[in-house]
Write a protein that binds this ligand. Structure first.
Ligand code: HXC
Length: 263
């Protein structure tokens, strides 16, 4: 964990911040002193998350928005700047996924997932990037990856392809925006406890055990561990790190291709 106050005076946006890894990161940033704005589709989920997040004395804001809706994204970013005065950090954690045979995916299903993961990440990243460049004080952006983008995901080709695009976007922007003092990185988690990915994707009996069996360190990642790695990449302790992909998967992706955890 980073020292208390590492994000004092900062303003952070976390998409997908009402649940899962996004909520874990939002909680950690608030604990470290940042005002945190969480974005998700359902206001009820956001309200429930605020009760859990607002215990560290920093401001917690919510915006109901679909990351695929560019106009709404621009509206949210403009309102955050107007309300909080600045944005320092963006975490793109909003995601959508389900398992399907590639040959059975409808065009709509492909578009839904690629739209959320790739377009949604781009919509927030470009809009916040424009603000950061205009303000001229730098900042840092974090995207969430998946090990499937490195080794393939036979049952989630839509999500895997989109996350691979996010990885390439990250490296491209890491180079492009370094001149503006903006760092862009990816945190790639393996199977993580208390997340939609695990309950939603692998909720059937025996699937968790199957996942753990394929992990050399023989347990899942905790949300706190994912949040700690994320906070590091966003923080000034990683001031010389950009375009990087920090894989934190207990060795899951070492020398393996395919398998059940292919999400
Ligand atoms: C097959 C499905 C499906 C399912 C949706 N579709 N769910 N097909 N199996 N389980 C199809 C629909 O039939 C439809 O195609 C198309 O996808 C769009 O579905 P909608 O429900 O209309 O879209 P939308 O409301 O935008 O929902 C987006 C979603 C949904 C991604 C499809 O599942 C969602 O909102 N999920 C959010 C929660 C989530 O996914 N959490 C896990 C993230 S894990 P047709 O042709 O019928 O119109 C993650 C980690 C990645 O991302 C890697 C680690 C594993």
């Amino acid at each position: 964990m980073l020292p208390d106050g590492s994000f004092a005076g900062r303003v952070s946006i976390v998409t997908g911040g009402s649940s899962g890894i996004g909520e874990g990161i939002a909680t950690e940033l608030a604990r470290l002193g940042s005002d945190v704005v969480i974005v998700a589709r359902r206001q009820e989920a956001l309200d429930a998350a605020v009760a859990r997040l607002a215990v560290h004395g920093t401001r917690i804001g919510t915006y109901a928005a679909d990351v695929r809706d560019r106009d709404r994204v621009e509206e949210v970013v403009a309102d955050v700047v107007a309300t909080y005065g600045r944005i320092d950090h963006l975490v793109n954690s909003a995601a959508g996924n389900f398992q399907a045979n590639p040959e059975d995916l409808s065009q709509n299903a492909w578009r839904a997932v690629v739209g959320i993961v790739l377009d949604g990440t781009w919509n927030f990243t470009q809009t916040v990037g424009q603000h950061l460049i205009q303000r001229g004080e730098g900042g840092s952006i974090l995207n969430i990856g998946t090990t499937a983008a490195l080794i393939g995901g036979p049952s989630t080709v839509h999500s895997t392809a989109a996350k691979a695009g996010v990885l390439a976007m990250t490296k491209s922007l890491g180079a492009a925006w370094a001149q503006h003092g903006i760092r862009v990185n990816v945190m790639t988690p393996g199977p993580t406890e208390d997340t939609g990915a695990m309950t939603f994707l692998f909720g059937e009996e025996g699937q968790w055990e199957e996942q753990v069996a394929a992990i050399p360190l023989k347990r899942m990642l905790t949300r706190q561990e994912a949040a700690d790695a994320s906070a590091y990449l966003l923080s000034d302790y990683a001031a010389y790190v950009t375009g990087h992909n920090l894989v934190i998967d207990g060795g899951r992706s070492l020398g393996r291709a395919g398998g059940v955890f292919s999400g």
